[in-house]
Design a protein around this ligand. Structure first.
Ligand SMILES: Cc1cc2nc3c(=O)[nH]c(=O)nc-3n(C[C@H](O)[C@H](O)[C@H](O)COP(=O)(O)OP(=O)(O)OC[C@H]3O[C@@H](n4cnc5c(N)ncnc54)[C@H](O)[C@@H]3O)c2cc1C
Length: 412
């Protein structure tokens, strides 16, 4: 029986990052993957959706390009080519990870693995002895009672990536990141979208102001949504909503969360990423991988969240509703006041900072480049940089980051 320092189950961002980090630091590593290297993130999640989203946004932009003084006629799209491009993007990235694993001398076993105990993994009828085991076997789409996936009419986030043609209309259930991003994608491509959310506001985990602004944004993009609304019954292609309305969508996308793939945890095994059942984000899985293999610590309260689309939404730290009973200052800068936003025609959105004791405790950004912009604030928060210090920084002009500067200047 071959012996390994570390055995890792699952080659998503958590598993492959742990494997690369450990192997490049001299450990003998075996990594098991039953489907594709890259996991959900690369094959069914972050990357495919962002690839399709990007094309849908380009399509929408080109259709409305006259506002920039450019004339284009007969704008159309070929969905099969959109999917082809998405697949190529995945393949390119997957090859990169496979090469990195090979260069780091990670033993990759393409098979379903079973963890027998804290030192033993079984795969392909072989048993692997490991000094330490990391389980990074991810999560799967959650099924709601009465809304079970039939993979044809009621789709999961995996199924929707398999569509060869777009429906005329769709009902999306759940307005978390996946629901919001697919609502944007499909609406950009001209699909009539109805989004329903059981909570009182869209994107219920976000700062309340972000939720309200995304609702405004959806209204102006003519994306229908209903809040405080659930599903009563789905029968013969018709959907009865909790408010009594009956819909007959061509498809339903159930974007109602994900459940960890490990149904029981074995003592002595380290669980990371979606399998750990905490924060289900690729960058959190990666952070945990570095923590468990190289002892590089991280602050769990500073894990950023991003929801993609135009405009992007990104946040970190405390939300206004978390501070209800505390003293805090708030500053909001509308991006329409920024030169760069006006020049780009990307004027929708705002930057909101929440401050306590002269330090930023929460940032909520909704605008072009919000995902990258947020990281400037995360770095400041992680390093305990206070407002006086931030005020001394020279922000380049014209940039969206000037919005952060303006928001800081407004704070006493
Ligand atoms: C539509 C969608 C969009 C998303 N967008 C984003 C985003 O923009 N940003 C973000 O941060 N996160 C996003 N996520 C979440 C992100 O994909 C996950 O948080 C991330 O993939 C978790 O990484 P992981 O390594 O824990 O597990 P996974 O990526 O799920 O990988 C687990 C791997 O384990 C393998 N496996 C399972 N069981 C076994 C076994 N017994 N033997 C061998 N292999 C096994 C699986 O095949 C899989 O490849 C999105 C998710 C979805 C569904």
């Amino acid at each position: 029986m071959e012996k390994f320092d570390i055995g890792i189950v699952g080659a998503g961002p958590g598993g492959y990052s742990a494997a690369l980090a450990a192997a490049t630091n001299g450990k003998k590593v075996v990594l098991f993957e039953k489907e594709n290297i890259g996991g959900v993130c690369l094959n069914k999640g972050c990357i495919p959706t962002k690839s399709i989203l990007h094309v849908s946004e380009l399509y929408k932009k080109v259709k409305n390009i006259e506002i920039f003084g450019i004339s284009v006629s007969d704008v159309s799209f070929d969905f099969s080519k959109v999917i082809e491009r998405k697949n190529k993007t995945i393949e390119t990235l997957r090859k990169g990870i496979e090469l990195a694993l090979k260069n780091a001398k990670v033993t990759v076993i393409k098979a379903e693995a079973e963890i027998l105990d804290k030192n033993t993994i079984k795969a392909n009828n072989e048993v692997f002895d490991c000094n330490e085991i990391i389980c990074a076997n991810g999560s799967s789409p959650k099924e709601l009672k009465g809304l079970e996936f039939d993979h044809k009419f009621i789709l999961s986030s995996d199924d929707i990536l398999e569509l060869e043609t777009l429906p005329k209309n769709i009902l999306i259930v759940g307005s978390g990141a996946i629901g919001i991003e697919w609502a944007r994608i499909l609406s950009n491509f001209g699909v009539e979208v109805t989004l329903i959310e059981i909570a009182p506001h869209l994107l219920p985990l976000a700062d309340i102001e972000v939720s309200k602004r995304i609702e405004r944004s959806f209204k102006s993009a003519k994306i229908k949504f209903l809040t405080d609304t659930g599903i009563q019954k789905v029968e013969n292609g018709s959907v009865q909503l909790s408010d009594g309305n009956i819909l007959t969508p061509q498809k339903i996308l159930a974007a109602t969360g994900r459940v960890p793939n490990c149904d029981h945890k074995i003592e002595g095994i380290t669980y990371i990423g979606d399998a750990a059942g905490e924060i289900q984000l690729a960058h959190y899985a990666i952070k945990q991988a570095y923590d468990k293999t190289l002892n590089i610590c991280y602050r769990k309260d500073l894990i950023p969240s991003v929801v993609y689309g135009t405009p992007e939404i990104a946040w970190v730290g405390k939300r206004e509703q978390d501070l209800e009973n505390e003293d805090y200052q708030k500053s909001i800068q509308l991006v329409s006041a920024l030169g760069k936003a006006q020049a780009d025609g990307e004027t929708e959105g705002f930057i909101k900072l929440l401050v306590q004791n002269n330090k930023i405790v929460g940032a909520h950004i909704m605008c072009a480049e919000a995902s990258s912009l947020l990281m400037q604030v995360v770095i400041a928060m992680q390093n305990n940089i206070d407002l006086d210090n931030l005020k001394e920084i020279c922000f380049a002009h014209p940039t969206y980051s000037e919005g952060i500067f303006e928001a800081i200047q407004k704070l006493a």
